[in-house]
Ligand binder design. Structure first.
Ligand SMILES: [Cu+2]
Length: 519
């Protein structure tokens, strides 16, 4: 700092601010004169109290408002020296009666907790709702405050309460080691849901039909007619719902339009596409949409962070033909994707794609649950496994058995088949393969303006990427869709393409009856 350029009164102000900080008097409602009698007040009040009476006697009041932006979630200071500061350090003196007010600024459920000193507000769920706690701390130290809702701390909602002369040696945003952060998240949120015994769950499952979130792979629009550019509007709803993950196993999915993957969007290069994202009233989280087909901020996510019960929209011109992934991009993004918030948008070139007899829509994703693969009952999300990239489930179209029991794909001998295949992820690249078939054409990385590769056995599809494969089915039988990292087939990742017709012995002949799933 070049002090010689600063006017003397500024130096005086700086000195006073420094003095305020050193004495821990950083509140919005505290003056130096109030500080002088704080010691008498402290002893006469319980160490932790809450409510109105205590607030009248507070030495220091901090107000934090919750915020949500494209870069994450945060607490923002309101008033005083913390005004406008993101995740501000809250500086107090030992023994100060501290009043902490939390205001909900984004309509998403939050709280603030300082577990080291047993301080927590209620969960506040509605926009403009607030809660407050009053407490005091005797010992110098740095105490982390954060939102205990799953994923919110990792999304950025944390800072420090600094008591006395303790030193914050890291920025609040990085004050916690990743393992510690994950462990804390595990303790604080994800295990807090009431444990349900297997017997109870089975009973409940029998009583009510559990919804299927599986998207039928034939649920996609037909190829577009030859036409010029148009304006297309899509209305999409973010829905959180309990769905069947496997036989006897359920999970609370987050979805676009109640299915995994979300709706298949089909437009033509040059179209102007209006995306309206509504977040259903009963959602617990904000949601958004980032379409990889969009040229613009965040692929749309920067302007579609939508609180429960609200709707936002934007429009974009589809400039580049291709098959693109879209997904929710609300922090923690990987959590929203894992829970089911992904889909595909096809931007057809002007001349369309070569005609085929059948088109299918398949997406791969992972799910991270506390209980191991195959456990029965309602499963809980596990943030530690997500951060460690150790999924319990690998899924086509959202559930175990989606494309084997629920919606196996069908074709007839002599037909041509196209699979629009994408990976929602969030983390794993797919070695996409159909056992017993060879892809005649692969639009590598879903580049449909490049000439396709021909005669491909297995094709790589990255997380957040897609491919288009075409092939003729010449021989009847059951063909199996897999990721050829085949351990994943043991965790749910298989699908059937059943081809019917008369045997074609000149292409395939055996005296055995086909059986088993092998190569
Ligand atoms: Cu979301």
């Amino acid at each position: 700092m070049h002090l010689k350029n600063i006017h003397p009164t500024k130096i005086l102000i700086l000195f006073l601010i420094t003095l305020l900080v050193l004495t821990g008097c950083t509140s919005t409602e505290t003056s130096l004169s109030e500080q002088t009698d704080q010691d008498q007040v402290v002893d006469s009040l319980p160490e932790t109290a809450s409510g109105q009476e205590a607030s009248q006697a507070a030495d220091v009041t901090f107000t934090l408002i919750t915020t949500l932006g494209s870069s994450g979630m945060a607490f923002e200071g309101v008033g005083g020296v913390i005004d406008g500061v993101v995740n501000p350090d809250l500086l107090v003196s030992p023994g100060d009666i501290v009043e902490l007010i939390l205001i909900n600024g984004d309509g998403i459920e939050h709280d603030v907790t300082i577990p080291d000193i047993g301080v927590h507000t209620k969960h506040i769920t509605k926009k403009d709702a607030s809660d407050q706690v009053t407490f005091s701390v005797e010992a110098d130290g740095v105490y982390n405050y954060y939102c205990s809702l799953p994923g919110h701390r990792q999304a950025g909602m944390q800072g420090n309460l600094v008591v006395g002369n303790a030193v914050v040696d890291q920025k609040p945003g990085s004050a916690v080691e990743p393992e510690e952060q994950a462990a804390a998240a595990h303790e604080e949120g994800y295990t807090s849901q009431p444990e349900t015994s297997e017997a109870e769950t089975n009973e409940a499952a029998q009583q009510s039909e559990i919804a299927s979130v599986v998207r039928d792979p034939i649920d996609l629009p037909a190829p577009l007619e030859a036409r010029g550019p148009e304006n297309i509007r899509y209305d999409i709803e973010a829905v959180e719902l309990e769905g069947q993950l496997a036989d006897g196993t359920t999970y609370t999915y987050w979805t676009f339009d109640s299915k995994v993957p979300g709706p298949f969007l089909r437009v033509r290069a040059g179209d102007t596409v209006e995306i309206h994202l509504k977040n259903r009233e009963d959602s617990t989280m904000a949601h958004s949409i980032d379409l990889h087909a969009v040229t613009g901020p965040g692929g749309g996510a920067a302007v579609t962070q939508v609180a429960p019960g609200e709707e936002k929209w934007f429009s974009f011109q589809a400039l580049n033909p291709g098959l693109y992934v879209y997904h929710c991009a609300t922090p923690m993004v990987a959590h929203h994707i894992a829970n089911g918030m992904y889909g595909l948008i096809l931007v057809e070139p002007e001349e369309g794609l070569p005609e085929v007899d059948r088109e299918f829509y398949v997406m791969q994703g992972e799910l991270y649950t506390q209980e191991p693969f195959g456990s029965k009952g309602q499963q809980q999300f596990d943030v530690n496994k997500l951060l460690a990239e150790q999924p319990e489930y690998f899924l086509f179209n959202g559930a175990v058995g989606a494309l084997t029991n629920e919606y196996p794909m069908h074709a007839n001998v002599g037909e041509t088949v196209r699979i629009f295949f994408g990976v929602g992820g969030p983390n794993f690249t797919s070695s996409f393969h159909v056992i017993g078939e060879i892809f005649d054409h692969v639009y590598d990385q879903a580049s449909i303006t490049s000439n396709p590769l021909t005669d491909v056995q297995t094709t790589l599809v990255p997380a957040g990427g897609a491919t288009v494969v075409d092939f003729g089915v010449e021989v009847p039988g059951r063909y199996i869709l897999v990721d050829h990292a085949l351990s994943r087939a043991e965790r749910g990742l298989t699908g059937y393409l059943v081809v019917e017709g008369d045997p074609v012995p000149e292409i395939f002949f055996s005296e055995e009856t086909p059986g088993g799933d092998g190569h």
